[in-house]
Write a protein that binds this ligand. Structure first.
Ligand SMILES: C[S@@+](CC[C@H](N)C(=O)[O-])C[C@H]1O[C@@H](n2cnc3c(N)ncnc32)[C@H](O)[C@@H]1O
Length: 251
C-alpha cells in the first residue's frame, strides 16, 4: 500500500527506496524472485520490456539475470527516468538499454509480440480497474511466443475473512516498523483511492483471453503478489525452463 501523494517527480519519488520497502511487504524478496524467474524461464531472451521501473530498483537483478538481452524501459516520470539512468550507468548497462519516457499506453513504436520477457512490478495497482485492464492487455500483447510476463502488485483477497486478517497483520507490521499511527491509517486509507487492488480472477481472465497461460503466484507478502504468466510458443511443446532440455543435444 502506498500513500495518497504518489508524485513520482516530487518527495515521494525522492524518498522512494524507503517508502516502497515500507509499503510493499517482502519487497526485496519480490525483486530477487522476479530476477530468478527470468533467469529460469527466459535465459535466452533477446528483448526485455520493463514497464514502470521507477528508480530502477529491479534493474540490477534483471540485467544480471539476462546478461545477453537488450532492455527497453518505459517510464513516464522524468525524475524516475533520471534515477534509472544512474542505475544503468552503475551497472555498465547503458549500451544495451533504451529508455522511453512516457506511459506504455502512449508508446506506439513497440512491436507487439517481440519481447521474450515483459516485467511490470508494482505498476498496475496505481490504476483503477479499467486502466488496469487496458495496461494488462498491452503488457500481454508485448509478450513473444514462448515469452514470460511478470506482474506484481497489491491484490486483496476475495474472501472477506482472509482480507480482514491480511489487513490486521499489515497494520501491525507498519506499527512494528515504527510508522506513526496516523501515517498507518493514511496508508491503509489509500486502498481504493490511489491504490486499486488487482483482482486475481480478472487478471487470469484478461491474460488467458490474450493467449497467455494461467498466471502462477510466485510470491505473496500479505496483499502483495508476484505472478508469472507465459505465452505458449505455438510448437505444441510445453513451456520449458532454462536447463530443462532446450540446450541439450538430441538423443
Ligand atoms: C510504484 S512505482 C514501481 C517502480 C518499480 N517497478 C518498483 O517496483 O520499485 C510505479 C512506477 O510506474 C510508473 N508508471 C505509472 N503508470 C505507468 C504507465 N501507464 N506506464 C508505464 N509506467 C507507469 C510510475 O511513474 C512509477 O515509476
Amino acid at each position: 500500500m502506498e500513500g495518497q501523494a504518489l508524485d513520482f517527480d516530487g518527495p515521494y519519488g525522492r524518498d522512494y527506496a524507503a517508502i516502497i520497502r515500507r509499503s510493499v511487504p517482502a519487497y526485496d524478496a519480490l525483486l530477487e524472485i522476479a530476477a530468478a524467474a527470468l533467469a529460469a524461464m527466459a535465459a535466452d531472451a533477446a528483448e526485455v520490456l520493463v514497464v514502470g521501473p521507477g528508480r530502477g530498483e529491479e534493474l540490477p537483478g534483471l540485467l544480471g539475470a539476462l546478461p545477453g538481452a537488450r532492455f527497453t524501459l518505459v517510464e513516464p516520470s522524468a525524475a524516475m527516468v533520471e534515477a534509472c539512468g544512474g542505475v544503468l550507468t552503475a551497472a555498465g548497462a547503458v549500451q544495451r538499454c533504451r529508455v522511453l519516457t512516457g506511459r506504455l499506453e502512449d508508446c506506439d513504436d513497440l512491436q507487439p509480440g517481440t519481447f521474450q520477457a515483459v516485467v511490470a512490478l508494482n505498476v498496475l495497482h496505481l490504476l483503477p480497474p479499467q486502466g488496469q485492464e487496458l495496461l494488462l492487455r498491452q503488457l500481454a500483447a508485448a509478450v513473444a511466443p514462448g515469452g514470460s510476463l511478470l506482474i506484481s502488485g497489491y491484490s486483496e483477497d476475495p474472501d472477506p475473512t482472509t482480507d480482514a486478517l491480511l489487513l490486521a497483520v499489515a497494520r501491525s507490521r507498519l506499527l512494528q516498523l515504527g510508522t506513526e499511527p496516523l501515517t498507518v491509517e493514511r496508508l491503509l486509507a489509500s486502498r481504493g483511492a490511489s491504490v486499486f487492488g488487482i483482482e486475481a480472477a480478472r487478471l487470469q481472465q484478461v491474460l488467458t483471453a490474450a493467449g497467455l497461460d494461467t498466471p502462477r503466484c510466485l510470491l505473496q507478502g500479505l496483499a502483495t503478489r508476484l505472478w508469472l504468466s507465459r505465452r505458449p510458443d505455438g510448437s505444441g511443446a510445453a513451456p520449458t525452463a532454462a536447463g530443462d532440455g532446450r540446450h541439450q543435444t538430441p538423443g
